[in-house]
Ligand binder design. Sequence first.
Ligand code: PHE
Ligand code: ZN
Length: 859
Amino acid sequence: MRTDAHAPTIRLADYRLPDYLVESVELTLRLHPTATRVNARVRFYRNPARADEGAADLRLDGRGLTLVSATIDGVPVPQNALTEDSEGLTVAAAHVPSAFVWEAETEISPETNTALEGLYMSRGMYCTQCEAQGFRKITFWPDRPDVMTTFRVRIEGPADGSAPVLLSNGNLVGSGEGWAEWQDPWAKPSYLFALVAGDLRAVEDHFTTASGRDVLLQIWVRPGDEPRCAYAMDALKRSMRWDEETYGREYDLDRFMIVAVDDFNMGAMENKGLNIFNSRFVLASPETATDADYKSIETIIAHEYFHNWTGNRITCRDWFQLCLKEGLTVFRDQQFSADERSAGVKRIEDVLRLRATQFREDAGPLAHPVRPTEYIEINNFYTATVYEKGAEVIGMLRRLVGPEVYRKALDLYFERHDGQACTIEDWLRVFENVSGRDLSQFARWYSQAGTPRLKAETDWADGKFTLRLSQTTPPTPGQPEKAPLVLPVAFGLLGSDGSTLEAGLLEFSEAERAFGWELPERPVLSLLRGFSAPVIVEHEITPADRAFLLAHDSDSFTRWEAGRSFALAELTGPEGEPDPAYLAALVAVADDPALDPAYRALLLSLPSEDEVMAQIAAVGRAPDPLEVWRRRRALETAVARALGDRARALYDSNVVPGPYTPDADAAGRRALRGRALAALTALDPAGSVARAQYASADNMTERMTALSLLVSRGLGKKELAAFHSEWRHDRLVIDKWFTVQAALTPPETAVETVEALSRREDFDWRNPNRFRSLIGAFASGNPAGFHRADGSGYRLVVDWLIRLDSLNPQTTARLASLLGTWRMFDPGRQALMKAELERLAARPDLSRDTGEIVGRLLR
Ligand code: PHE
Ligand code: ZN
């Protein structure tokens, strides 16, 4: 029976308090690949807040469970009192006391659970994923985050002894031959439950908290992977210290565990005391991981650890409040990485990511508010808007109230709401109480979707400089009318010698408003410093002012942005020789030894094809992906010519001496050297320097840089073959081998290349990382190939989505959203993309996840 297609819409407005709460639960799991037995003994009680409504049915969520037995206070629930449907079971109110022990035995089959939600198996190891609604695939339960309780868990390993290590949340309270018992003293919602069982090894360390408690740290991996855990462990200890120093937050259990799992739908999961990670965000060695991998590991380890307070100790009342934990935790991990590395560089990277993912989401049919008001499948709302824009909203709040008040507000938040399941209203109230501000207009950031346009016009007359700001937000699905938002606009006014005449923060909350300054000379405006609000700036700026900002702006974000807008103008305006002022300014900063190499590398990189296409679409034209690719290539060549001999000098002078280290300085120099290599390769049809680098590199970063450049030039056959034979036994490294070809093969042969790769035996498409490394990398990283005018790119991707959907709806739906830009293109491509979306939508057995996404894309 398939009911998914008719899944109901869930609405925030329909929220009701739970009928029953849980005092405690004891779970016993007897593991077996196809017949795991789960016994749940649950102490339920009628929610006092609803007691005056009289007796209520006991409704428990459950999916794909076989119910073996159910008792209330030791008495079997009578047949006629219990009704089961595809989403759970109901016990009639007449049979439900106001406080009782429910005991149910269910059977599940982890081995055939390909959706990777609930209890499943990943290459012989048992693991769980319960956020958002996976716990209901383990046992019958009121599976909602506002039902919190303490868990005691007994795990009995599989009879064949294949899983000697048995882990769950909290503290180990007992163990013996083939069993272990865990007790988590902190009440938590079911989505934070976790269990792992397998043949695993721990890398151990210790951490002493600020108050002097010793915490055992363990990273659990497969035998042989132990040497690749050092960086994750280091990142974990730094995260723990940072959260104490920056937010006054200490860890609260005797041990903290991380497990690396090969088959995982997302990046990682913050289960209490037992974080489960996609192995690619734990395992790293200089030979197998790139600087970018190290950076992601640091950020994600921090992110999951920080959830212990923002997410676990204080959780969400319902899934509409997801940004309460995710936006805040992303903001915290961004602050951490900025502190550990270079803040200026980190801000640019975060903005690039926001624009590539969230602005893109806002521009299409999937646009939704940071706090959505309805969903069909909650898994579809783990989005860039909830995460990245959610973090931007917190950054704006911090800017508006200032760092000291922000810290006070967070202290109050932790004090007032510890142990609770909260809402955005609770969060904002804390800020209102501490700052004395009225945040009712600011709250629109949570309810209004879309990227605001901030328009700026300037005027200079009689010694007075006027800045006229106006704001509009274009309509998004379901929200035709938009109201003005509170925009914190950081700015600077620069004198002709580069000095600061004025600088500060404007609070702009009207539809339009003028600001004026009396000044000794006409200033150059540096607008939206630090990207102080997630908006699109519309500001006509002369090439001369752009070049000036690129040379003199003291704000590293707006300085970089000046170069970026120069490049975008080159790539979207009439084609011709690039503006010599742009090239000259670029050469000057590239050469400036006073600038951080990582920052210089960012200045030297051109906007992505997606960014260029979005810019073209923003002015109402249909981008031609092939044309964008070609012109970007041409600009690359022009920049390389302008750099001339400097490229070689930069390349030679930025060798990082000594053995590989992943720190920010070394990575920055490698990044700059990589840009220099790109310039050299742009002028060298044989790719000889890249070849030499590939052959001599002793680390994956420099190898991948070289290999990427070769592949993007249609070269590198020999290197690809050597790479594969060297690493064929390493899944994470082979993922890179698929990705580099899928994303970077030039447009003429991209579809054929991806097709051929997809027929390989080692294209293990059931593994989400491998699927993403080929199909995802192609659809998201190779626009010129994916959007081939004959539609073959679309067809290939949709064929694979259809195949994956029956196994893994969550990952399928996520990748299907990549087709969300379809209305941006010319009528020919639109028709082809739409036809493919309709083909997908018409599948009779389409999952609820993919059905919702495709439905919204076609609406
Ligand atoms: N809560 C996880 C995080 O952001 C993400 C996640 C969601 C993982 C759903 C798995 C499933 O850290
Ligand atoms: Zn998170």
